[in-house]
Design a protein around this ligand. Structure first.
Ligand code: N01
Length: 575
């Protein structure tokens, strides 16, 4: 690559790792401020998660008119979504459209993976190395590597013996896969599996699904976007965006604050039915306490199990498909025809909850002592969430310590955007930020705006480095942990706590206090002169006049002390 010199002389201002929605917007923000940034991206185009996840049925389960960038009224007005829940090709097309409109590609190095990033303490700069042999020096290193990007490929015994192809949903072949007439195995029943299984079943001659944990899923009721409704949204887009930003989820949907147990059984049922008819993640808005009170959760869990039993004809299969854990504790799935797929005569479900998959053979997969012969295997086995994409890169901070070593006992960050020992190193939607518990693109924009404001401020005051203090980081980690305990979500073994990857320390990784609370916290840090950070080695003074702050994140929220009790009282619903 031929990186031009940045504002700081010979080196560029920032290297951004990843050209998904995070890296793209970060590049745009820095460029707007006159900084010089280079992006490195492993794929051959933009899109990140939406570039890689091309499995059949992949689509977003947040409504398309909200799952998009909100920073540009022009973008909002000129793009037309065709479906209530956008399919992956359309989201990818949108990402490409944004790249064209903002002329982003000229600063993105495609087909290039960053292999290491080293901080030089004498020169206060990062050296970033790629698999193409580039060595780029930059003042800032910004990771936009995604929360769900490092595929989890369990090392099943005998995998190399299997004679057919083994796919992972998160690394799907770009040319697509034709399963017509093939016997197929799908391992896993999370969101990716639930979306792909009905479509794979429509092609395959036989489909065997290996289920370790049954999953709750709510119907999507996907449909074409009604042009009249789209026009109405477009006429009021800024209002919708502001309402979304004020929601703990970062996207807007009707929410009933009433606790479920205050309603009579008949009222409860009516509310659940109504919410079921609305479908999707907003189903969780049926009552205010579903993710906080076990008794309330039991009622919604039973309702969801009844729905499964109402669809799946074979009682034994229905029983296996009925989860017995907390509703919404693992990420709630949203489906189109998932449970009905098990009524098809060529689809069977194999329970691997009591005995794990034993091994692969040349001909198939062995579970519970039975060999299931298949032509192809689809691993819908998820991701090394939140930290996996950092682990793939050797990131070396002060004193030669790597990030992987620092996080060996669990990720530690300040606000999910920075970490002690790694100056001028920022993470977009890192562990400890709302990220996956809020609408990802909102989370991305808030982080990138905060970082761009911070970098501009440092340039304004002639500062060279910024790094959190240990006290601030420790306090944030404690706060993230403490807050997680108010939600039932902290109680089960999900990828939120790293439990899907053996050996990962159990830490609730995303910040569950709600998006606006988090934004307020970031604002406070910023407006108090980057309280909790050391700038150029000094703790900055409060009320520094030059501080810049992107206007739209000044959310009208007044929580002086963020405590679990305050959040519990707010009944923060986080999906
Ligand atoms: O991955 P997952 P995913 N043997 O980790 C099973 C987002 N997303 O790719 O639950 C047998 O949820 C595992 O079993 P268990 C969304 O946030 C969004 O589906 O660990 N099974 C589980 O069933 C989502 O939550 C969208 O017991 C094994 C499955 O594999 C996140 O991405 C679409 C196994 C993995 O499920 C991840 O979803 C898709 C083993 N050794 C994804 N190892 C939308 O917006 C794992 N499993 C719609």
């Amino acid at each position: 690559m031929d990186a031009a010199a940045g504002r700081n002389g010979g080196m560029i201002d920032a290297v951004i790792v990843g050209a998904g929605f995070g890296g793209m917007y970060m590049l745009h923000c820095l460029r707007k401020l006159g900084f010089n940034a280079q992006v490195f991206e492993g794929g051959d185009d933009v899109g990140g998660t939406w570039y890689w996840n091309r499995y059949p049925g992949a689509r977003c389960d947040i409504e398309s008119m909200q799952y998009s960038y909100s920073f540009s009224e022009d973008l909002d007005q000129e793009w037309d979504w065709t479906e209530k829940y956008a399919p992956q090709p359309e989201i990818l097309a949108y990402a490409k459209h944004v790249a064209d409109r903002l002329d982003l590609r000229k600063d993105i190095n495609f087909n290039t993976r960053v292999t290491s990033a080293d901080f030089d303490e004498d020169r206060n700069q990062w050296t970033v190395t790629t698999d193409k042999g580039d060595k780029v020096e930059a003042r800032f290193c910004i990771m936009a590597v995604g929360c769900l990007s490092a595929a989890n490929k369990p090392p099943f015994e005998g995998m190399d013996d299997f004679s057919g192809p083994i796919y992972h949903t998160g690394e799907w072949p770009h040319e697509g896969v034709d399963f017509t007439g093939k016997k197929v195995a799908v391992i896993g029943t999370g969101s990716s599996a639930i979306q792909s299984i009905p479509l794979i079943a429509a092609q395959a001659s036989d489909l065997t699904v290996f289920q370790r944990t049954a999953t709750y899923s709510v119907p999507a009721w996907n449909e074409a976007v009604d042009p009249a409704k789209a026009a109405e949204v477009k006429a009021n887009y800024p209002d919708l965006r502001a309402k979304a930003r004020a929601r703990p989820t970062g996207f807007y949907f009707p929410f009933n604050m009433k606790p479920a147990m205050d309603a009579s059984p008949e009222e409860r049922r009516a509310k659940y039915e109504e919410a079921w008819e609305r479908g999707g993640l907003p189903f969780l808005g049926a009552f205010g306490d579903l993710l906080f009170e076990k008794e309330a959760n039991d009622t919604v869990a039973e309702f969801a199990r009844e729905k499964i039993r109402g669809v799946v004809k074979d009682p034994a299969t229905a029983d296996l498909l009925c989860p017995d854990n907390i509703f919404g504790c693992k990420r709630l799935c949203v489906d189109t025809g998932y449970f009905a797929t098990y009524n098809l005569p060529h689809v069977k479900l194999v329970d691997v909850s009591k005995r794990p998959i034993e091994r692969f053979t040349e001909k198939g997969v062995v579970a519970n002592g039975v060999e299931h012969e298949v032509d192809a295997v689809v691993c819908a086995t998820g991701f090394a969430a939140m930290t996996g994409s950092f682990d793939r890169i050797e990131i070396r901070g002060r004193n030669g310590l790597t990030l992987k070593e620092k996080w060996a006992g669990g990720a530690r960050t300040f606000l999910g955007l920075s970490t002690v020992g790694f100056p001028n190193f920022f993470m977009i939607t890192g562990p400890g930020s709302p990220s996956v518990l809020a609408q990802m693109i909102q989370s991305i924009e808030q982080h990138a705006d905060w970082m761009a404001d911070c970098i501009a401020h440092m340039s304004d005051i002639g500062a060279e480095t910024i790094e959190p203090t240990l006290e601030a980081e420790d306090a944030w980690v404690d706060h993230v942990n403490e807050v997680s305990e108010i939600s039932l979500r902290s109680t089960c073994s999900s990828w939120y706590v790293g439990a899907n990857i053996p050996g990962t320390p159990r830490v609730f990784m995303p910040y569950i206090g709600g998006f606006p609370v988090y934004v307020q916290k970031c604002n406070n840090v910023m407006t108090k002169g980057y309280e909790g950070f050391k700038i150029n080695g000094d703790t900055p003074k409060a009320e520094c006049p030059q501080i810049r702050q992107t206007e739209r994140w000044r959310v009208p929220l007044d929580i002086e002390v963020i405590t679990p009790a305050a959040l519990a009282a707010m009944r923060v619903p986080v999906v």
